[in-house]
Design a protein around this ligand. Structure first.
Ligand code: F0G
Length: 455
């Protein structure tokens, strides 16, 4: 059957507001052509991020009512801890308000001047938290992960040869090795079990801990089941447990694969690091049995972790993403292939070759997509990465637009609508104009910059 069956029915709805193209032109102008400045009420299909945008289930909402808000030793914490440990059997499980808080604590413990943290590809907040301690964040992605058109099953894999070479020369400067599953900054591409196992073997030789940045662990496990020899008959839970059996710790944003709107955790086996982490946690997040979350949030995570590994859910999830990506590919829209788990990444530079990189083809496409259909995506390119610390401007490696798909939120007809908008936009793409930056802040300019369209 071709129809994607959303494995849920809808009990509570959030109305969406339709706007006309004329209204959207005015709204965009008032937002200085920066999609972050739009009011979300003025967006029809919001694909800005898959983070914190999941729909919760009836069981999760029931958990919210059950939440116990005791300061210390709440039963909600113990339910959360047990649910995490069922999948990720670490000794210490420390809740945080979101993923970056876990990163901040981890790198405060092990980062610092002169330290080097390897990862397949650091996500922005991971890199920022490494660099905030004056340590260096290094990406060691396998070369095939840098080729957007190449069809390969595990383009998120780490280059283990490069990792070993680094450890040989810089062992005393590397406190931890990280792998991000799936590799968000590299197109949402999965990491194979063989690669995680291999990374563990390299780490063992040098006596280094391996941590997973595990935001999208369930999507990664689904790809392993589909694509890696020997895993087709294993359950998702078995695959997840094996993934984490090679790790000594993890950071997690529960806003992704725990199906909640806020939350995260740091988990690890080392007693000394855990003690230091709890001390830091108390400074900024809270007592170790709630860590910046309400008891009700911990309950929702506990249930979300059971639901996210259900195969009907994961099939719907990954099939929906592929459905959008494959339709765009058939239309001739260049995207990062193969489609990843949580998002489609459109290669705006290849799609709009008439727009010079200096006029931000990614931003131009994101603006046009909103004008065409009220769809909000996110530029990941020269606007985001082009401004250098010394003030100069350098083109990013790629000019992409990410369409991230919230979990359990949109149906196949929403996705069909996005595809229809793209068909229209693609037919008239030669008329799309570039833009320039009229004003920008000193750092992280993409969030607040003001743009003007080139006439
Ligand atoms: N690691 C990865 C791989 C992520 O994708 C994110 C967040 C984080 C860490 C940080 O987690 O937001 O809970 O603090 N990614 C979001 C995104 C923001 O849109 O991709 P957080």
């Amino acid at each position: 059957m071709k129809t994607i069956i959303e494995p849920f029915r809808i009990k509570s709805v959030e109305p969406l507001r339709m706007t006309t193209r004329g209204e959207r032109e005015e709204l965009l102008k008032a937002a200085d052509y920066n999609l972050f400045s739009l009011k979300s009420d003025d967006v029809l299909i919001d694909l800005l991020t898959d983070s914190g945008t999941s729909a919760m289930s009836t069981r999760q909402w029931a958990g919210v009512m059950r939440g116990d808000e005791s300061y210390a030793g709440s039963p909600s914490f113990f339910r959360f801890e047990a649910a995490v440990r069922e999948l990720m059997p670490f000794k210490h499980i420390i809740p945080t308000h979101q993923g970056r808080a876990a990163e901040k604590i981890l790198f405060t413990i092990c980062g610092g001047e002169g330290m080097v943290i390897p990862n397949n590809t650091h996500f922005d907040t991971t890199r920022a938290n490494v660099e905030a301690t004056s340590a260096e964040a290094v990406n060691l992605i396998k070369p095939e992960g840098l080729d957007p058109q190449l069809e390969a099953p595990f383009k998120g894999d780490m280059d283990l040869g490069a990792l070993e070479a680094r450890l040989k020369t810089q062992s005393n400067r590397i406190p931890v090795v990280m792998i991000t599953v799936t590799n968000n900054s590299g197109g949402g591409q999965p990491v194979s079990m063989a690669n995680i196992r291999g990374a563990k073997e390299v780490c063992k030789k040098f006596n280094k801990p391996l941590f997973l940045d595990a935001c999208r662990f369930a999507e990664n496990a689904w790809f392993i089941k589909q694509r890696e020899a020997g895993y087709a008959d294993k359950s998702i839970k078995e695959i997840v447990r094996e993934m984490f059996s090679y790790a000594d710790g993890m950071t997690m944003s529960a806003k992704k694969d725990a199906l909640v709107n806020m939350g995260g955790w740091l988990a690890l086996n080392d007693d000394t690091w855990a003690m230091e982490a709890r001390n830091l946690l108390i400074l900024t997040e809270g007592f170790p049995t709630y860590g910046g979350l309400s008891g009700r949030d911990l309950e929702a995570i506990a249930v979300g972790l059971e639901e996210v590994i259900e195969e009907d859910y994961l099939e719907y999830r990954i099939t929906s993403t592929a459905y959008l990506g494959d339709a765009l590919t058939q239309m001739g829209v260049p995207i990062v292939r193969p489609t990843g788990g949580h998002a489609i990444y459109i290669d705006a530079r290849a799609m709009l070759p008439h727009i010079p990189v200096a006029n931000y083809p990614g931003q131009a496409l994101a603006v046009e997509l909103y004008l065409a259909g009220g769809i909000r995506g996110c530029e990941i390119g020269t606007v985001m990465f082009g401004r250098q610390a010394d003030g100069s401007e350098v083109p990013a490696d790629m000019d992409l637009v990410r369409l991230a798909i919230p979990r359990r939120v949109y149906t196949q007809s929403h996705v069909d609508y996005v595809i229809e908008c793209f068909a229209e936009l693609n037919a008239g793409k030669d008329r799309i104009k570039g833009c320039r930056i009229a004003w920008e802040p000193p750092a992280l300019r993409h969030f607040t910059a003001k743009f003007a369209m080139v006439a």
